[in-house]
Design a protein around this ligand. Structure first.
Ligand code: GLU
Length: 488
């Protein structure tokens, strides 16, 4: 049996988005789970869409996730180069051969003519597609004009019968050849289209399984017919399910499909992201939601990928991220807290930061942080004398009016002022603040929001009793007084 070889073949058109990186995860997992090889190939044939820096972003994204490749532009390999713009002669040779064998033809139609053709088709409510004007040019004439005019090379699709895709995930998918179109295989600038480059490269690089997004499924008949015309055995195909957002529509920027590197900057952990991405279409069984890299590589199989759309549920990602955060060892966690605080606390807070204070607050954060990006906003209030700025209206928002908020602040001031600096600890804070339930005739759950806003500038945050204990007597009382003052 030949070893499995898969590839990730991104186009360098910007920082890769999470939805696209999911394809890399599946192709990589399939190769690794089967003792095969995984390749990285850069598909830069659409020169107009290139974005500088994308290739670096692709490397950084994959490395961050722990995805390694056996052959690729940076490390080379037996089928180098792994960048399509450096392989043009191969595609041009393949196109010339197809022309010589009568399976492709030069097309001299100009962009203007093609536009007019499309407009007429659309006006007549006909399906779009090339009308075949250059399909039957005599070869001598075609040859002669090729010296004088620019041309594309179109593939002659078979227009009768059916083409059947045997998809590993979806089973057989049948396409009517009558609906197929003679597509451009080589553009007038000598660059191939995706279709031709795919066949040439997957063949030469000995890819066994083309794992790609569902958006390519309608192109599959082109690819199968090209393989056939070139006398080549096609790879197996697996079209991964669509990813949809909470609105059940194709994942978009708005529903979370932004650059993977945005998630890195937001404080997601690679283990959580990998776990999350692989569950977008695959599952280990019907119950396991936490899957380590090791388990993934031991158990991934394309048979358990489903065709139904996968829901991109950011809550699930946050849950997984929290789970992996809780696995971090105490020392490492303290380092994370320190690093993220250094990086993200407002520049007005003097550096270096108080390490002891950070170590004190680290355990409180460890229990409840969903993303590392939450660390700095949760602890800003501990630095400086004043609470972070807030809208005074938020003080009374949850307690039904200014007079209630005033009553709560007065009671809290009275109770906390009675605790002296020596006895100012978490237990004393808990006793004093819980003790307000009686006099206020109100549940802690309800009045606590006023204290949160006064102390932290927002209605929720890390545990209040600990926070007030860490903040200390003077700063706590002065913030409560200030809040009281704001309400007057
Ligand atoms: N360059 C294509 C893309 O970025 C690759 C599709 C494939 O994997 O064949 O979508």
């Amino acid at each position: 049996m030949t070893a499995i070889r898969t590839r990730y073949a991104p186009s360098p058109t910007g920082d890769p988005h999470v939805g696209n990186i999911r394809t890399a995860v599946f192709a990589w997992a399939m190769a690794r789970a089967n003792g095969g090889q995984f390749l990285l190939r850069i598909e830069d044939t659409d020169q107009a869409r290139l974005v500088p820096g994308s290739i670096e972003a692709i490397y950084t994204s994959l490395r961050w996730l722990g995805i390694d490749w056996d052959e690729g532009p940076d490390i080379g390999g037996p089928h180098a180069p792994y960048v399509q713009s450096q392989r043009l002669a191969k595609y041009q040779g393949a196109a010339a051969k197809l022309i010589a064998e009568g399976r492709a033809y030069r097309c001299y139609c100009t962009a203007e003519r093609l536009d007019a053709m499309r407009a007429a088709q659309s006006a007549a409510k006909q399906p779009p597609g090339y009308d075949g004007r250059c399909r039957d040019l005599a070869s001598a004439e075609s040859e002669r004009r090729s010296q004088l005019e620019p041309f594309t090379v179109r593939f002659k699709m078979r227009k009768t019968g059916q083409t059947v895709l045997r998809d590993l995930i979806r089973g057989d998918v049948t396409f009517e050849n009558a609906l197929q179109d003679d597509f451009v295989a080589l553009k007038s600038d000598g660059f191939p289209t995706y279709h031709l480059a795919l066949i040439v490269d997957d063949t030469e690089m000995r890819i066994t399984h083309a794992i790609r997004g569902e958006e390519w499924i309608s192109s599959a008949p082109k690819h199968l017919q090209l393989y056939n015309a070139m006398g080549l055995e096609p790879t197996a195909f697996a079209h991964l399910p669509l990813i949809v957002g909470a609105d059940r529509k194709k994942l978009s920027k708005r529903s979370g499909d932004t650059a993977l590197l945005d998630y890195v900057r937001g404080g997601y952990l690679p283990a959580a992201m990998l776990n999350f991405l692989v569950l977008l279409g695959w599952s280990l069984d019907d119950k396991t939601s936490i899957i380590s890299r090791e388990e993934l590589l031991a158990h991934f199989s394309i048979d358990r990928v489903v065709a139904n759309p996968a829901l991109f549920d950011i809550e699930r990602l946050n849950f997984l991220n929290g789970h992996y955060i809780r696995q971090i060892e105490t020392r490492d966690w303290e380092r994370e807290v320190h690093d993220w605080a250094e990086r993200q606390l407002p520049p007005s807070i003097p550096r270096p930061l108080d390490r002891e204070l950070l170590a004190e607050v680290a355990p409180l954060l460890h229990e409840r942080t969903a993303t590392l990006g939450d660390i700095a906003p949760s602890i800003t209030f501990l630095f400086g004398d004043e609470a972070p700025e807030y809208d005074p209206a938020t003080l009374s928002e949850k307690v039904g009016g200014t007079s209630e908020a005033v009553r709560i602040l007065d009671a809290a001031l009275l109770a906390l002022d009675a605790v002296d600096a020596a006895g100012w600890d978490k237990a004393a804070m808990e006793q004093a603040i819980r003790g307000l339930e009686g006099p206020l005739k109100m549940k802690l759950r309800k009045f606590v929001s006023v204290l949160y806003v006064a102390i932290m500038g927002k209605a929720q945050g890390i545990p209040l009793f600990d926070s007030v204990a860490i903040l200390g007597r003077e700063r706590t009382l002065s913030r409560l007084r200030k809040a009281r003052h704001l309400l007057e």
